[in-house]
Write a protein that binds this ligand. Structure first.
Ligand code: SF4
Length: 565
């Protein structure tokens, strides 16, 4: 409603909904007063507020609220003309106090629901901004209107684990790999589950089948496996249901699977039945220990961890809670847009170097080499990639954006000059990984994901891992945080099965490097720290750790009740 209002001030239905936002504190009486006046005078609701703001008779308490709203509408209309819809939405969340209201004023349950919806709406905006060349608010509204016209009523997904309570109807195949608190397996009657086998209309003669065909009733075995899959999706309770009457003349017989596990009185013998039932119950008890523990948690434990999560936890556990538990959307930053632009330019540049190296190798191999083997992309090409990759979002002003852009060009020129005589043998660019760490005490395994900027091959065949930094160069004398690259080294060695003998933070600001390498002692310490942090996350240990420096740069300082500025 607020976005529509910015697009058209005189859309009174939208303004009416905005007036009802709890964070604006208009009382029902005040809203009725305004809407009544608007109807009597045939003014739009916006005109009514404007006139009330200029009327000396308006009560000061009401006047203050009206002025606050009109001021924000003016400010956000200007932003909407110049910036992407994402910036406008974030300005609304922050300036109208909506985010603060969600965080502080409502119950934990409603808070989780509101944040979940907000987060999904923000993802829709991000998706729109990635897809659409015109990222303006007006185009976004048009796109939403088209989606609604096409039949999508704007329903948002719900997180089954986080609630609200939901019933999900799906096939057993569709449920593979998922888990739910309670499972109902329905239709457990003969010829429905297991189904009757439908033969191929034209069967392939057996001598023509190359694979070894298993003995026995393959279809029944497959159905039995599906039944097992269905039953093992339940975390707290499993209901197996069948009925005698599903329509039709004949009574339905219970599924043979129910008799096999001894849940209905049918053959086989009582003794065998007891054995089958016990065996089934035993199998159902085979639950991973993590599942039992997770049920006691008031929040969803991430299925994967990353260095940035650990960093947020280390900075301030309360900040981690905002970012990774409540998943509050954060507004972008100029420094992030800038960093992403430079990274993308370097990625394209090294991709070209890789392609040229591969081409030269192929020519050498088949004896057709005509080109100069040392040919590498030029500085102009690097700057062209930079231009193509430029992200113009979240800068305070055009001037500030230009400053950043020029600084980036300077960085890339220095980078090019520093390495142009001796380009490295690049092996991987933006290499994603998923490494698993196991807890020796509990036996639980946790996946850790990440992305490595660049991996080069050194003359001795070992790898060097490079991470670009576009921020201020670190002072090596004061000590640097090595954990990010140690984690990458550990993961790369295990996944790529090659030794990594050098880890480098590459500070593009002054083309300086800080290199080191990790040893077994470092890895042991790193793993202990990671497991400790995962343990803290699982226990919900999110005590705030305010500090003026950290809070000043925290994305959540506007809504955090513990901030120290
Ligand atoms: S504002 Fe400060 S106390 Fe609050 S989450 Fe951020 S860093 Fe932690």
């Amino acid at each position: 409603a607020y976005l529509r209002l910015l697009d058209n001030y005189h859309e009174s239905a939208s303004l009416y909904r905005v007036l009802n936002l709890p964070c604006l504190n208009f009382s029902p009486g005040e809203i009725v007063e305004m809407t009544h006046l608007s109807r009597v005078k045939s003014w739009s609701l916006y005109e009514t507020l404007k006139k009330a703001a200029g009327d000396a008779k308006t009560r000061s308490e009401l006047l203050e609220k009206i002025e606050f709203l009109l001021d924000r509408v003016d400010k956000h209309s200007i932003i909407a003309k110049e910036k992407n819809v994402g910036v406008v939405v974030y300005a609304f969340l922050e300036d109208l106090g909506y985010l603060k209201h969600v965080i502080r004023a409502i119950s934990e349950k409603s808070q989780a629901d509101a944040l979940n919806y907000l987060n999904q709406f923000y993802k829709k905006i991000e998706h729109f901004e990635r897809q659409s060349p015109d990222k303006s608010l007006r185009t976004f509204i048009k796109r939403m209107d088209l989606i609604i016209e096409a039949g999508d009523e704007g329903g948002l997904e719900t997180d089954i684990e986080a609630g609200p309570e939901t019933v999900k109807v799906l096939t057993v195949h569709g449920a593979k790999g998922l888990e739910f608190s309670y499972i109902f397996v329905v239709n457990l009657v003969d010829r429905r589950f297991p189904t009757i086998e439908r033969k191929e209309q034209i069967e392939l003669p057996k001598p023509l089948i190359k694979e070894i065909i298993p003995e026995g009733d393959i279809h029944l075995e497959e159905e039995r496996r599906l039944f097992y899959v269905a039953c093992t999706r339940a975390k707290k309770g499993l209901f197996l249901t069948s009925a005698e009457d599903y329509g039709g003349a004949r009574k339905k017989k219970p599924s043979r699977f129910l008799s096999e596990i001894g849940f209905v009185k049918e053959e086989p013998s009582a003794e065998k039945k007891k054995g089958a039932r016990e065996a089934f119950e035993e199998r159902m008890k085979e639950k991973p220990p993590a599942r039992e523990k997770a049920e006691k948690q008031p929040f969803v434990i991430p299925s994967e961890f990353s260095f940035s999560q650990f960093k947020a936890l280390e900075t301030c556990p309360w900040q981690y809670r905002f970012a990774h538990v409540l998943k509050i959307p954060v507004k972008g930053r100029a420094s992030f847009s800038f960093g992403k632009s430079v990274h993308a330019a370097l990625q394209k540049f090294f991709q070209l170097i890789l392609e040229q190296a591969n081409k030269t190798q192929t020519e050498l191999f088949n004896g057709s080499q005509k080109s100069n083997p040392a040919a590498t992309p030029s500085l102009d090409e690097l700057l062209k990639f930079y231009e193509q990759s430029w992200i113009d979002e979240w800068y305070e002003s055009k001037e500030r954006q230009n400053e950043y852009k020029e600084n980036g060009k300077k960085m890339l020129k220095e980078f090019y000059e520093a390495d142009k005589e001796n380009w490295p043998r690049v092996r991987y660019i933006e290499r994603g990984f998923k490494w698993k760490i196991s807890d020796p005490d509990s036996g639980e395994i946790y996946p850790i994901t990440g992305k490595i900027d660049r991996i080069d091959v050194l003359p001795d065949g070992s790898f060097e891992i490079i991470d670009y930094k576009t921020g201020k160069p670190a002072d090596a004398k004061k000590g640097i945080d090595k954990n990010q690259l140690l984690l990458y080294q550990k993961a790369a060695q295990e996944i790529l099965k090659k030794p990594v003998s050098k880890l480098t933070y590459y500070y593009l600001e002054n083309a300086s490097k800080i290199s080191f390498t990790g040893n077994e002692k470092d890895f042991q310490k790193l793993e202990e720290e990671i497991l400790e942090q995962i343990g803290q996350i699982k226990k919900g240990g999110f005590a705030p750790a305010p500090d003026p420096f950290k809070c000043r740069y925290c994305d959540f300082k506007e809504i955090c009740e513990f901030r120290e500025l």
